[in-house]
Design a protein around this ligand. Structure first.
Ligand code: EPZ
Length: 419
């Protein structure tokens, strides 16, 4: 397993081009199952998660062509069973349930395992499918859904932790070919849900209200092929802005959608950093001593849970007491123990982290555990004394396109050691 060595102390400067969004590409690639015609998707990031999704589509019978970031999928004939050995690698594989149910009126997908950020139930997805008329059975580690026909319904998809992103995606994809109108109340408002709805509408679906809590889907008889550009990855952009805050003298992220990042740029402004947004670029610059902050993760447009670990790394060396409360995945603190190995002072109180900023962290061997925690450890190493050795970097490669290379381009002293 590869390792990343971060030699702390270099200052970052310059600009970086942000890739297409992982969390938009995954459901959009799944949505290509809804038509037998070719679909061409641009700016698909080169990640292990997108590779896994393409493997699943191929397993289901689709033809896939990939030329750098452009992927063409033709799902002329599909079968509706996605087995464990394919699904287990990536939880987002559950996102094929909705399109398979819509297209084939049945689907069998292995239940996703839990992961280090917590139990990852899909009860809300299944509630939505049942409301559309599907029968749901869980047996032998698989979830089976089938429906003689799908009929529009009014569905509330809000759970005790708020809306579900992939649940909203899945139900939307099952509803586009249902008879009649479906209303999804309590829908997720993330930009990635909007991007999926935009793609489905290009395929001939009739979806209104994406981006609000209420999405209305008018069922149609079939969908046709379409071409689509994936939106920029707001979490990758946020990760580089935090890197610039930790160790930068002026870092710019290019090809971003600033309106998707306001919760992140507001937080960095709250820490005292200078933020300049212009067209499709945002620059973060130091502006005096950073200030401590209180952050609570919330569904979009609130502060994203996927940026919580990265902010932990920044606030660990921000003088004063900062408080982070994680409302979406209360256990999402695998990075804290590793940051403490580097000298961070963090006190956990349930799903709240109380951080006493220290002058400097010290480089140490640390272990990546999930995608965003891993990125946070690399960021922490940028300003730490000495070398931070991050192992199990396959977690990083799941969701970041060449993170180490992009940080090197900004001036970081960082190397990947092939194990
Ligand atoms: C998506 O996961 C993202 N993944 C996650 O990003 C992100 O953290 C999450 O949304 C929240 O924003 C992709 O888009 C591929 P949820 P998703 O359903 O859809 C609970 C990353 O780092 N819940 O919105 O799986 C759930 O346990 C990844 O890129 C139920 O209770 O998350 C959680 O507490 C990590 N029942 C909350 O809702 C359900 O049926 C939000 O989960 C579904 C979810």
């Amino acid at each position: 397993m590869d390792k990343i060595l971060v030699h702390g102390g270099n200052s970052l400067a310059g600009s970086i081009k942000i890739s297409g969004s992982k969390n938009s590409a995954l459901p959009i690639l799944a949505a290509t199952l809804l038509t037998r015609e070719p679909c061409t998707i641009h700016r698909v990031p080169d990640l292990s998660d997108t590779h896994y999704m393409l493997q699943i589509l191929i397993h289901l019978g689709a033809q896939v062509e990939r030329a750098s970031g452009i992927v063409t999928v033709t799902a002329d004939k599909v079968q509706s069973v996605a087995p464990y050995d394919v699904v287990r690698k990536m939880r987002a594989s559950v996102g094929v349930l909705g399109p398979l149910l819509g297209r084939c009126k049945e689907a069998t997908v292995s239940l996703p395992g839990g992961c280090v950020i917590g139990d990852r139930p899909i009860d809300l997805h299944l509630k939505g499918f049942e409301a559309l008329g599907a029968a749901v059975r869980v047996e032998g580690g698989n979830v089976k859904v089938f429906a003689p026909k799908l009929a529009g319904a009014v569905i509330n998809l809000r759970g005790k932790f708020g809306p579900t992103v992939l649940g909203t995606d899945n139900v939307m994809m099952a509803a586009v070919l249902a008879e009649g109108t479906t209303v999804i109340e309590g829908a997720a408002q993330e930009p990635e849900v909007c991007d999926l709805a935009d793609f489905l509408n290009k395929m001939g679906a009739k979806i209104e209200g994406a981006g609000t809590r209420r999405i209305i889907v008018e069922g149609v008889s079939e969908l046709h092929g379409a071409e689509h550009d994936i939106i920029p990855d707001r979490i990758e952009a946020g990760t580089f802005l935090v890197a610039g805050a930790i160790a930068g003298s002026g870092v710019t992220v290019n090809r971003v959608e600033p309106k998707h990042l306001t919760a992140i740029t507001d937080a960095l402004s709250g820490c005292g950093f200078k933020i300049e947004a212009k067209n499709q670029a945002i620059t973060v610059s130091p502006n005096g001593a950073p200030k401590p902050l209180e952050i609570t993760t919330e569904p979009y447009p609130g502060f994203p849970t996927d940026m919580q670990a990265q902010m932990c790394a920044l606030l660990s060396t921000t003088e004063g007491i900062s408080v982070i409360t994680e409302n979406i995945f209360p256990q999402r603190y695998m990075h804290v123990a590793e940051l403490k190995r580097m000298g961070a002072q963090v006190q956990m109180e349930g799903s709240t982290a109380v951080i006493q900023g220290v002058e400097r962290l010290t480089g140490a061997p640390v272990m990546a555990s999930d995608l965003r925690a891993s990125a946070a450890l690399v960021l922490a190493g940028l300003k730490a004394d000495g070398i931070t050795e991050v192992s199990r970097v396959y977690h990083i490669d799941r969701g970041y396109e060449h993170l180490d290379e992009k940080l090197s381009e900004l001036g970081a002293h960082i190397e990947r050691v092939k194990a």
